[in-house]
Design a protein around this ligand. Structure first.
Ligand code: AMP
Ligand code: GLY
Length: 421
């Protein structure tokens, strides 16, 4: 089969790595890809948010199956354009992608299907929002409605902080994403990510993970796209996962189908777990990055069969073969990230590292220059390892990190701490 993956991050490198191991893959192209992906697949310069351009490229290259990595093309309707052109696609429609693209939409769906989530109010008027904050008290969570690249959520400890966030959002600092605001009850507990494949009728869990959103050790400092992850997430026990499926995910899928927008693709449920009960924090309509890297490391080649089955609406025939193991990934980022950082510094030592089914360096923001690998983004490498225990996976991942020669980069040294403590 000829396969096209859309995206250019560590997530897409790990997807490409898993797909390439499956004998059903005859040809793999990743658009636009990065320097690491170029070592295992063809890369092509296509504007992945332009549905017409992606359809044209797929037709010109005899593509039979398209896997969409990031949320932006999904929210832009690229999966719909591809399906209209008769292509098989892994990824939800534009309508169903509202589960990530609009927090107000997700809250409305939760209300309609009774899924447990934070109490909330939805506002288009700043004064009404401020009145709600005063009535509810703090801490409270203020969210811009639309996609804001992970920066549209403010946890306000005081009314003054909430007011400041609302002034910002209604003042246009998040662009169109801030014209509507959701204000939520602050949920206590431990967060974990639950990944399920959906085909419009059936749901198949494919793994759990925990991310590290803050830039600093001990979960301090500003939020990032994610500084490291591990799978499985011990806090998401089988019993809690079953509750999340029955109380949150299956009701959501049924409500989406009832509204004529059946959901197909991967659904990433961010859950808050307190006293054994899961509540929904948010949905994403794509794999997490870097959570995908640890899931792919554990699933390997079967990941392709599972995604293909989801696209063909035959998940009911599939089973996941779990290795009884753990995977952990450490993000190497450019100094300064998530603030301003420099591009172009040379990364050495990568060619001496093992690359096998238990050790992989997935590339995120990298580029090739004169035969060298250079940093080309904020999050740059995902050093990923498997082990019989989480401690072993962690030890192996950091052993690889220590062989990377990149003075302009940094990482957190405590990925996995919550589960290992
Ligand atoms: P979101 O973009 O909705 O995932 O929010 C980003 C992060 O903010 C989440 O991963 C949580 O850590 C935190 N967060 C969001 N909503 C809440 C909430 N209602 N209560 C507590 N923490 C939250
Ligand atoms: N790592 C968090 C996310 O992909 O949204």
């Amino acid at each position: 089969m000829n396969i096209l993956i859309l995206g250019s991050g560590g997530r897409e490198h790990s997807l490409a790595w898993a797909v390439m191991q499956n004998p059903k893959c005859d040809k793999l192209i990743v658009a636009p890809g990065n320097a690491g992906i170029a070592q295992i697949a063809d890369c092509a310069d296509v504007d992945i948010n332009d549905g017409g351009a992606v359809v044209q490229f797929a037709e010109d290259n005899s593509i039979e199956f398209v896997i969409v990595g990031p949320e932006a093309p999904l929210a832009n309707g690229v999966a719909d354009r591809l399906r209209d052109a008769g292509l098989l696609v892994f990824g939800p429609s534009q309508a169903a992608a509202a589960l990530e693209a609009s927090k107000a939409f997700t809250k409305e769906i939760c209300d309609a299907c009774g899924a447990p989530t934070a109490r909330y109010g939805h506002f288009t008027d700043k004064q009404a929002a401020k009145d709600y904050v005063r009535a509810q008290g703090t801490p409270i969570v203020v969210k811009a409605d639309g996609l804001a690249a992970g920066k549209g959520v403010i946890i306000a400890e005081t009314v003054a902080q909430a007011d400041e966030a609302l002034d910002d959002m209604f003042g246009g600092s998040f662009g169109a994403a801030g014209a509507e605001v959701v204000i939520e009850e602050f949920m206590r507990g431990e967060e974990a990510s639950f990944f399920v494949l959906c085909d419009g009728k059936d749901v198949l869990p494919i793994g759990t993970a925990q991310d590290h959103k803050r830039v600093g050790e001990g979960d301090t400092g500003p939020n990032t796209g994610g500084m490291g992850a591990y799978s499985p997430a011990p806090v998401l026990t089988d019993a809690i996962a079953e509750r999340a499926l029955n109380e949150i995910i299956r009701p959501t899928m049924a409500e989406m189908a009832r509204r004529g927008m059946p959901y197909q693709g991967v659904l990433y449920a961010g859950l808050m777990i307190e006293n054994g009960a899961p509540r929904l924090v948010e949905y994403n309509v794509r794999f997490g990055d870097p959570e995908c890297q640890v899931l792919m490391m554990r699933l390997g080649a079967q990941a392709f069969d599972l995604m293909h089955a989801a696209a063909e609406r035959r998940l009911d025939t599939m089973r996941v073969n779990w290795a009884n193991d753990h995977a952990l990934t450490v993000v190497l980022a450019a100094a300064g990230y998530p603030g301003a950082y420099k591009k172009g510094s040379v990364i050495r030592g990568l060619d001496t590292l093992p690359e096998d089914s238990s050790n992989m360096v997935f590339h995120a923001g990298t580029a090739a220059r004169d035969g060298a690998t250079v940093a080309a983004g904020g999050r740059v490498l995902n050093v990923t390892a498997r082990g019989k225990t989480l401690a072993e996976a962690q030890q192996r991942a950091y052993a690889m990190v220590d062989q990377v020669d990149w003075p302009e980069g940094f990482c957190r040294r405590d990925i996995g701490w919550r589960a290992l403590d």
